[in-house]
Design a protein around this ligand. Sequence first.
Ligand SMILES: [Zn+2]
Length: 175
Amino acid sequence: MALGKDYATQECSIARALEVVGERWTLLVVRDALYGVRRYNDFLVHLGIPRAVLSARLRTLTEEGVLEKRRYQESPPRDEYVITERGIELWPVLRTLAVWGREHLTDCRLRYFRHADCGTELGSYGECPACGTVVPVADVLITPGPGLDPDPADPVSRALLKPKRLLESLEADPA
Ligand SMILES: [Zn+2]
């Protein structure tokens, strides 16, 4: 029997949310969108994901209002995928998964997440321990960690060698 795409017998809101973001790769696409990745090829190269899968995930996330498709060039037509408010609200989920993964599965530190105003590393729940506030997503600064080994062919990992704020469009430097 084929595995169904949804959890028909589940009224639980976690099950409903997983119908949108629970497929393999989906949350990694959302993660990259929060980092400021917007263009198809940047997702493709940074994730190392098959094209058909990336196209399917972008379509679902756009239909569900997590990403918004915007035309940035007319000739030839090119679209980019910009994270919406609904998508930005997934940041605490990803933050918690990152902390959980580091605690139980890997201690590799590719990136640090800091409060842009004061430079303090965020706490487990996305709060700034120094300022005592939950840091708005746009005020989170990503800085490279010691485990980072950027792929020279990947414009996204190269761009993330420099500190940048979440959500800020990542204008990948041409090679
Ligand atoms: Zn702070």
